[in-house]
Write a protein that binds this ligand. Structure first.
Ligand code: SF4
Length: 378
């Protein structure tokens, strides 16, 4: 029986954050209702194709899934349970925004969800304001306390470095404040200014002042030092977890396991094919019962692309890439293809090899863009 993950996209947010390029936008209660019904139709349409699969992780992401009425989330979940074989110990994650944590969605979490990812970003109000977040630091604290009180035992806090006006010291304060709540997991991403965002507009107009590269590096170093010092081990470039609390769903992405993306714009990797759903809401509403009609940019990956992805994604993880897993996946020897690059990068202190695994060293992580580019098979 094949193991898969499911990603469910909820594209709605109270308001757009200044840095956000995700598929998300404000909406009305009526549209949420139609969306939930459309998502349920899509879920049911996959029942047959997924009959020989066991779902070991479900991720409700967005957007802001916690903006959906709990009754609609329950209906979506019932459809999932009807249509897919979900393993009894499956990891069920839900993203929440501290501005939307309330009694209603806490009851849904209690019944169905065993991992919550809370978008805190910063514990400083002036930084939250600059990011355009809808919540204060105090609201984040209250949300964490509520989540813990309602029994959440696997909690991730999303934090962001590289925010305008942030300093290494204020980043350190945010990290230390986060640790006071003893989260099982922290995702510490650095801000990337993407095209089409409010931040990009401000940057073009010369009105966005970001920490310089050296400060960014210092922040990255501080993250590792403080989080690892508190027992959260870095298992991927930006992710830290206590023993046994790595996000299984994300590890599936990095290991190129199969997953189905359901909902507007959601991406899938299944049976060697990649695609994403339509990003047009009207089209999604009209055709979600027939997944063939909402699939976009369907790509049958060739072996070369799969090998490149295997290295690109696998080397993001601290455990790196296993030569045995490579052999099993492709029927080839990793060193027959990349032997020269591996030896050179090892000699330069960018890569290390241990027990049939290769992984990046801290120096390699520092210049990972350059290091990973060498795994392209041109
Ligand atoms: S809450 Fe998340 S998805 Fe929504 S606008 Fe902000 S960053 Fe984007």
């Amino acid at each position: 029986m094949k193991e898969i993950g499911l990603y469910l996209h909820f594209p709605f947010c109270v308001k757009k954050c200044a840095y956000c390029d995700f598929l998300s936008f404000p909406t009305t209660e009526d549209v949420k209702k139609i969306y939930a019904a459309s998502l349920i139709r899509e879920i049911r349409a996959y029942a047959e194709a997924a009959a020989d699969c066991t779902v070991t992780s479900v991720f409700l992401g967005g957007g802001t899934p916690s903006i959906m009425p709990p009754s609609q989330l329950r209906s979506v979940f019932h459809a999932l349970l009807d249509s897919f074989r979900i393993a009894p110990d499956a990891e069920i994650s839900m993203e929440m925004n501290p501005g939307t944590v309330n009694e209603g969605n806490l009851s849904f979490i209690f019944d169905y969800v065993n991992r919550v990812s809370l978008g805190v970003q910063s514990f400083r109000d002036e930084e939250l304001l600059l990011l355009g977040r809808i919540h204060s630091a105090e609201q984040a604290v209250r949300s964490i306390e509520l989540l813990r009180k309602s029994g959440v035992k696997n909690l991730n806090l999303d934090l962001m470095s590289g925010i305008p006006a942030q300093t290494a010291k204020s980043w350190e304060e945010t990290l230390r404040r986060a640790l006071e709540f003893e989260p099982e997991h922290i995702s510490a991403y650095s801000l990337i200014v993407e095209e089409g965002t409010e931040f990009r507009k401000r940057q073009k107009a010369g009105k966005l002042s970001l920490p310089d590269e050296e400060t960014e590096r210092e922040m990255y170093r501080i993250s590792g030092e403080i989080l690892e010092g508190a027992g959260l081990l870095q298992y991927e470039f930006s992710n830290y977890a206590r023993e046994g609390f790595r996000c299984r769903h994300n590890v599936r992405y990095w290991k190129r396991g199969d997953y189905l993306g359901l909902g507007l714009g959601a991406a899938s990797l299944f049976d060697g094919k990649r695609w994403h759903n339509t990003r047009n809401l009207e089209h999604y509403f009209a055709h979600s019962a027939d997944p063939g009609q909402i699939v976009c940019e369907l790509e049958q990956l060739d072996k070369r692309a799969e090998i490149e992805e295997f290295l690109f994604l696998g080397l993001r993880m601290r455990d790196g890439v296993s030569e045995a897993e490579f052999r099993q996946a492709f029927g080839l020897e990793l060193r027959d293809i990349y032997g020269e690059v591996i030896d050179r990068q090892t000699g330069e202190g960018l890569l290390a090899a241990e027990e049939e695994r290769i992984f990046l060293t801290p120096r390699g992580i520092d210049i990972s863009n350059v290091v990973l580019a060498e795994y392209l098979l041109s």
